[in-house]
Design a protein around this ligand. Sequence first.
Ligand SMILES: Cc1cc2nc3c(=O)[nH]c(=O)nc-3n(C[C@H](O)[C@H](O)[C@H](O)COP(=O)(O)OP(=O)(O)OC[C@H]3O[C@@H](n4cnc5c(N)ncnc54)[C@H](O)[C@@H]3O)c2cc1C
Ligand code: FES
Length: 272
Amino acid sequence: MTLHVAASVVEQVRLARDTYRIRLHAPALAAAIRPGQFVMLRLPNTTDPLLGRPFALYDTVLENGEVVGFDVVYLVVGKMTRRLAEIRVGEPLEVVGPLGNGFAPLTGLGHVGLVAGGIGQTPFLAYIRQLLGERGYGGQSPSRAVQRVSIFYGVRTADLAAGVDEFRAAGAEVYLATEDGSLGEKGYVTELLRRHGPVDHLVGCGPEPMLHALMRLADEWRTSCHVSLETPMACGVGICFSCVTRVKTSDGWDYRRVCVDGPVFDAACLAR
Ligand SMILES: Cc1cc2nc3c(=O)[nH]c(=O)nc-3n(C[C@H](O)[C@H](O)[C@H](O)COP(=O)(O)OP(=O)(O)OC[C@H]3O[C@@H](n4cnc5c(N)ncnc54)[C@H](O)[C@@H]3O)c2cc1C
Ligand code: FES
């Protein structure tokens, strides 16, 4: 069930250059949301910006074993995210969620590779914890689904890398790439992944060119691959059709709304 709540800001922490983690108190929504799902955040009492913006679940927040809230990690790129960075603890935000399909539950896999570019790492912390059985989401008990999770994470330069220690603490092996070589290996994250070699299943989130390169590599390796799309969205709930993406169906090509049919898609259905 989708909830529409006024959630108060509990914490606002800088993680990297122009990158913040905002913590929201919203027990009912946080108890329902699963990794790969997202929320629409909107500033109350203003029409500028008028529309909310989509942000992935970073992770839920527990207090004495109870789910009380959730975190979103965001990069400041425009009007909404600039205003978000100015919000103080105690102020409210309008939140609609949980939205979207979330990551597919996986079972019996050996090694899963998560591939993130830019701010595309944000959906992966909760997913690592879910896959490794560290935490349950959406009312499910924790249960280990895979033997090993690696995250391949690429950013333009070192000071944009956010959450690396948290990924390690959650139990993932972390491989880093930067375009200027200031952290990890120099080059694109998909080149880093190629040098590492095949895994049993791939999941990607990041800019479109990165996802296209990832899907081509998955084809080459004949590895199953899911991708989470960051398509701009106006309503987030399936009404406006501003978010459509082209998918392959049994009858040819068709369109799907990323907000309700995604944001996670099987790469086999998407154009390269
Ligand atoms: C399902 C989903 C989950 C997302 N999760 C996160 C997240 O966890 N953290 C995060 O920082 N961002 C996330 N995004 C992207 C985020 O929604 C946009 O960065 C945000 O809408 C920008 O709002 P703004 O008002 O600050 O920028 P705007 O003023 O709307 O735009 C500023 C600039 O960014 C460009 N832009 C806006 N949206 C996007 C986009 N989706 N992709 C590429 N360019 C864009 C615009 O064309 C413009 O050039 C997600 C997007 C989707 C669809
Ligand atoms: S954002 Fe409106 S239909 Fe998807």
